[in-house]
Ligand binder design. Structure first.
Ligand code: SME
Length: 166
């Protein structure tokens, strides 16, 4: 029998905690998080990181590790997209219907909803975790908690082991 929603969130959180202990670098942890969320969360059809490139003016988010279809958006300025909105405000953005959000930059025609969670390093936005779903309104409170938890752990990793975007 498939796990109920709360059980599923707990199970995946435990997996994330295990990865957090076992990872040997920020890069390794970030890659493992994308794989785990993409594999275990059936509605998470694209999972990836965008990280702020250091020293670039104007600031730009650069695609990092991801799982899912190739995206044309490998570099996103902060005034562009849902990604730019989350990074520039430092707030999680959840979009239930991307076709109704004028900020949305299309990655795949199948995408219906999206969540973007900023990653903070010593109080400043350093990047974000972006997840797209082929299902409308795929991201509820439990999803938001889970993705924010992952973003917090990545922030802590980056504080002790900084990585530059690839
Ligand atoms: N949809 C994002 C762009 C990134 S792709 O989804 C991978 C946005 O609107 O910023």
């Amino acid at each position: 029998m498939p796990a109920s929603q709360p059980d599923k969130f707990n199970e995946v959180r435990e997996d994330i905690d295990r990865l957090n202990v076992e990872a040997h670098s920020s890069d390794h942890f970030m890659k493992a998080v994308t794989r785990l969320l993409h594999e275990k969360m059936l509605k998470y059809n694209w999972v990836g990181f965008y990280m702020l490139e250091s020293g670039t003016t104007p600031p730009v988010l650069v695609l990092g590790h991801y799982q899912g279809a190739m995206t044309p958006h490998t570099r996103i300025e902060l005034h562009q997209g849902i990604c730019g909105a989350a990074a520039s405000t430092g707030k999680t953005v959840v979009v239930d219907d991307v076709s109704k959000d004028p900020r949305y930059l299309a990655c795949s025609l199948e995408t219906k909803s999206e969540i973007v969670v900023p990653i903070f390093v010593r109080g400043a936005v350093a990047g974000e975790l972006d997840i797209d779903s082929h299902f409308p309104a795929a991201f509820g409170a439990g999803d938001r908690d889970l993705v924010e938890y992952c973003a917090q752990l990545v922030g802590k990793w980056l504080e002790r082991d900084p990585v530059t975007p690839r």
